[in-house]
Design a protein around this ligand. Structure first.
Ligand code: PHE
Length: 446
């Protein structure tokens, strides 16, 4: 077995899980999904999915992790279902692909931290993003991020990261609140709020086949679900933890940060007359760029904001890397340092195309969020619901007396039926979408 760090306290576990969950998914991916999917209608679907699917699905990973006390690949064997280990392998493959492009986007945030100090993007945030997002320099920042992540996972300074997260995540909330208040004073902000917060039920009815896979993909991505990261983290927790309460905190906190990021970005984009769908993956950089450029002490606020995002991205990135590395250590019997460096190099190479071409980055991102994560989650739910006979018992441990009698049963039937059905539906809907995207790319390269 690889070294097993222990969470000293319950709050230590919650913070680490929050560290994994809170990242680019909240501040980068969420606003750009909202922008591309038409605003409030997507938001409504997303919040519903977080509650109906995300929270119970997180409990699936927590029960598997705590009962097995293993990483996602060995967990199945430990639970007496070796034939399910392929789900762990799928998790590792998914991890490779996520981290490959996650690191490229994280590289942008590293660049923006420096560019805030020099004020490089203040005059023309959209133009600047267009110039720097892809190309050889983006590749360089991708390398920088991978070196940081490899350094942490190989040499184990996770505690340092945890300590930083503990201070910076609350700090970013305060900063976001400040920027929300500031953004709302801008002219035209009201329109942005309407766009972000007033769902159209007609649009929901007409577009649900497109909205559902995007919202589900975003929910899984932002909660770090579907590829075993939460199995790994929960393999270190104590039996008397109330998993339902813990996941409530993690999900609540994570969702609040994303919602706040949207509250800054959309009013600001509307106030400067940018169509929220236009910047695509640049929504964060253009939206915050505009907000920060107009605010007092822009250099300082910008550097602090993007610097914090870098740290949030690091704490998420290492949770992905850890899943892959612990697999490599256990199965190829290599030491932690060479294993981490080797994995880091491969991830870097897999990410190269996404540093040069936005449509490839989109492809990786779409396949991960709408195919691989729902597939992983669907399989985990199928396993926990129908094959892992102790799932209900494991959830029961640490539950308060008020919920003990009914909650595990309701949860079990919910995952057995509702979540499983939604996972299948999402996969059906998204495989159509993924096919279309692939065809578009093939056509474009011809
Ligand atoms: N949840 C992380 C984020 O929002 C990304 C992530 C996905 C981490 C999957 C682990 C597993 O940035």
């Amino acid at each position: 077995m690889s070294e097993r760090e222990q969470w000293g306290t319950r709050i230590g576990f919650i913070l680490a899980a929050v560290g994994s969950a809170v990242g680019l998914g909240n501040v980068w991916r969420f606003p750009f999904q909202v922008g591309e999917q038409g605003g409030a209608t997507f938001l409504l679907m997303y919040v519903a999915i977080i509650l109906i699917i995300g929270l119970p699905a997180m409990l699936v990973e927590f029960t598997i992790g705590r009962r097995s006390q293993r990483n996602p690949i060995d967990a199945f064997e430990k639970l007496g279902h070796r034939e399910w280990s392929f789900v762990g392998i799928l998790a590792v493959i998914t991890g490779f692909i996520i981290l490959a492009y996650y690191s490229v986007v994280a590289g942008w945030t590293i660049r923006y931290t420096g560019a805030s100090i020099t004020g490089a993007y203040f005059d023309d945030p959209a133009g600047y993003f267009g110039e720097v997002s892809f190309g050889i320099e983006a590749l360089g920042f991708h390398a920088v991020f991978m070196v940081i992540a490899v350094g942490i996972v190989a040499f184990g300074i996770k505690r340092g990261i945890e300590a930083c997260t503990k201070i910076l995540v609350p700090a970013i909330i305060v900063l976001l609140l400040g920027l929300i208040v500031f953004g709302l004073t801008l002219e035209g902000a009201g329109e942005g709020l309407t766009y972000y917060l007033t769902p159209e039920f007609d649009a929901l009815r007409d577009n649900w086949m497109e909205l559902l896979p995007s919202a589900a993909g975003q929910a899984l991505f932002t909660l770090s679900l579907g590829m075993g990261a939460m199995i790994t983290y929960s393999s270190y927790i104590a039996d008397d933890d109330n998993l339902v309460v813990d996941s409530g905190w993690i999900v609540g906190f994570n969702t609040a940060i994303a919602l706040m990021a949207g509250l800054v970005i959309f009013p600001v984009l509307f106030s400067v007359g940018v169509d929220p769908a236009d910047p695509g993956p640049g929504a964060l950089f253009v939206g915050f760029g505009e907000a920060i450029a107009e605010a007092p002490a822009s250099e300082l606020i910008g550097a602090f904001f993007f610097g914090t995002v870098v740290i949030a991205a690091v704490s998420s990135g290492i949770s992905i890397l850890e899943v892959i590395v612990s697999f490599v250590i256990d199965h190829f019997e290599v030491d932690r340092i060479p294993a981490t460096i080797g994995v880091g190099v491969i991830v870097f190479i897999v990410g190269i195309p996404t540093a040069f071409d936005g449509s490839i980055l989109d492809l990786y991102d779409g396949v991960v969020a709408e195919v691989l994560l729902p597939l992983g989650m669907g399989l985990l739910v199928l396993f926990a619901g129908w094959f892992f006979t102790d799932a209900k018992d494991e959830l029961l441990k640490g539950l308060g007396p008020a919920t003990r009698d009914w909650l595990p049963t309701v949860w079990l039937w919910h995952i057995r039926t509702v979540i499983l059905a939604v996972a299948v539906l999402v996969l059906i809907l998204s495989s159509g979408g993924a096919y279309e995207t692939l065809m578009e790319i093939l056509e474009a390269t011809e």
